[in-house]
Design a protein around this ligand. Structure first.
Ligand code: G4P
Length: 543
């Protein structure tokens, strides 16, 4: 049994996600972080695990066919007295809202850049989400074993495009074929790089680090002196790392390496352990469940990671991993307390109580029943549809966390089932997928269509695939007349007036909240101007 206090347990948690443009090396880095953390023994295991999962359940063939990762999951490992929870975010450019929501469960992000490419479009998008949520960022510049851009140009790009102060922790000595290693800015420690011998499949271990002054043997003519000089220049030219500034989102420590060659990975893991923040105090509301008689007004409160009540929120639901059992696993991020198996938790918005008898911890090679868990941890809670994305759970049932956003979809399509006899099943299946957050579902007030909304085209493919595999429904997507959707809010009278005038363009989402469907962004602008007392919003915070 652990003798640590709740606070100490929380303090040793590091819950983080990796953000990257596709191909920058997120998967490879994940694998090598797990390797460095002792969670797996051989590289290749992450993919193998993926294959295994697919052959077990086959629920996402698409993932395999397209060689992309669509589903987000979590991997937990313990290293040097710290518990690391690595959240996996989908990397494809048509990434869904999953990515955004996964980031709501992360306390820190590792931003991976390809050293030859620098900041790419998807990096920027993901970075913006992190900034919005005040998630501090550690930068890892990958693929040094290939010809890279000038390191200073890369740092300048971070500074100018992200408005983030880069603080180099290490400095690379060349790249590609000429990569010699890297020097630690503060200490002057040099970590040599061992090149893979030509034609060899085997990796050679990198030699031990040593003071730069004693490392001349690792360099060719003039290179050693050049690195000594570069270090001085960089020291004068960039700010020293300041943890406070990093935690506040103004500064990013920059590390370098090659995920593929396991170079710079131990250093990265050490940096995460040392600098990434433990779970923080979270803003919440104390509120009785909806439908309570004489409901009291929600009261703003905060939840300390070390407080005794178990609280947290569901940021993802993975359903039908085993199609024979229509099971659903809710990914529950803990905000406080000590969870113990068998505990009863209440869902804030419905008041439903749940005995959590078979919670799952996700380790890289295995899944285990979670006996206990603390703030920062993510456990999987199997359930039959009781839990939805955005739900807050706690012992009292009174704590509600805000901030799990739904984003206005960028594509809206009509969905029809090929076999008209199955129309009834379609409704149920669409509800299920919408509750999971795969796609959004809108039911127009007029007519019997289902309008499905997504942030990216890929979400429709995933959806069609899953409707076929899991529900036996062959569906057709058709263009809809709608280009945009906006949630509406305001005083009752104003809303009724607006909804009456635009009844043919009104719909309801799965929470039964009213949504305005516009034919164009011009129309959205037009109605916004005409109805200044109605708020038209692009995001909806659930919970
Ligand atoms: P992603 O998840 O961000 O999309 O990237 P992933 O790790 O799949 O890496 C994309 C490609 O980049 C892979 O090559 C991978 O081997 C390579 N890569 C990742 N890190 C490094 C690195 O540090 N150095 C070099 N040279 N390459 C790296 P691929 O050919 O597309 O796939 P594969 O056949 O090697 O699996």
């Amino acid at each position: 049994m652990s003798k640590l206090t709740l606070e100490q347990e929380a303090l040793r948690r590091r819950t983080f996600a990796i953000i990257a443009h596709p191909d920058a090396g997120k998967t490879t880095l994940t694998e090598h972080i797990l390797l460095a953390g002792g969670a797996i023994r051989a590289a290749g295991a992450v993919r193998a695990r993926g294959e295994n999962r697919r052959t077990q359940s086959d629920w996402m063939k698409i993932e395999k066919e397209r060689g992309i990762s669509v589903s987000a999951s979590v991997m937990t490992f313990e290293h040097n007295d710290k518990m690391f929870n690595l959240l996996d975010t989908p990397g494809h450019e048509d990434f869904s809202e999953d990515t955004y929501r996964t980031l709501t469960a992360a306390d820190c992000a590792i931003m991976v850049l390809d050293a030859a490419k620098g900041i790419e479009p998807q990096t920027l998008k993901l970075f913006e989400v992190c900034r919005l949520r005040d998630i501090p960022i550690i930068t890892f510049i990958n693929k040094l074993d290939r010809e890279a851009q000038d390191p200073m140009a890369l740092l300048d790009e971070i500074a100018s495009r992200l408005q983030l102060d880069p603080a180099p922790i290490w400095w690379p000595a060349e790249s590609g074929n000429r990569l010699r290693g890297m020097v630690e800015m503060g200490t002057g420690r040099f970590q040599p790089y061992a090149k893979k011998p030509a034609g060899s499949a085997e990796d050679v271990p990198h030699p031990d680090a040593l003071p730069l002054a004693e490392a001349a043997q690792y360099f060719e003519e003039g290179e050693h002196a050049a690195l000594v000089e570069a270090r001085e220049l960089v020291e004068g030219g960039y700010p020293a790392f300041d943890r406070q500034s990093f935690l506040e989102g103004h500064m990013t420590p920059v590390l370098w390496g090659s995920a593929l060659r396991h170079f710079g990975i131990d250093e990265l893991l050490a940096a995460i352990g040392e600098w990434a923040p433990p779970p923080k105090t979270m803003k919440a509301h104390k509120a009785p469940p909806a439908g309570t008689r004489n409901p009291a007004e929600p009261v703003a409160t905060t939840v300390e990671p070390g407080s005794t009540e178990v609280t947290g929120f569901v940021f993802k639901v993975q359903a039908n991993m085993d199609p024979n059992h229509r099971d659903r696993i809710a990914m529950f991020r803990m905000a406080s307390g000590k969870f113990q198996r068998g505990m009863k938790l209440k869902v804030q918005n419905t008041g439903k109580q749940l005995s959590v008898n078979a919670p799952i911890m996700f380790f890289a090679s295995d899944r285990e029943l979670a006996e206990d868990a603390f703030a920062g941890d993510v456990i999987g809670i199997p359930n039959h549809g009781v839990l939805r994305v955005g739900d807050s759970l706690s012992e009292s049932g009174l704590i509600r966390f805000a901030g799990l956003p739904n984003f206005a979809p960028e594509i809206l399509q009509r969905v029809r089932v090929k076999d008209p006899l199955k129309a009834k099943h379609l409704k149920k299946a669409l509800d299920g997928l919408a509750e999971e957050g795969v796609t959004q579902l809108f039911r127009p007030e007029v007519g019997s269509d289902f309008i499905v909304g997504a942030v990216g085209q890929l979400q429709f493919e995933v959806m069609a695939d899953r409707l076929g595999e899991e529900y036996g429904l062959e569906v057709i997507f058709e263009p809809s007349p709608w280009a945009e959707a906006r949630w509406i809010g305001g005083a009752k009278g104003d809303l009724e007036d607006f909804m009456g005038k635009y009844r043919g363009q009104m719909a309801r989402d799965i929470d039964d909240d009213p949504v305005f469907l516009a034919k164009s962004s011009w129309e959205t602008g037009y109605v916004m101007e005409r109805f200044p007392n109605v708020a038209f919003t692009k995001t909806k915070e659930r919970g």
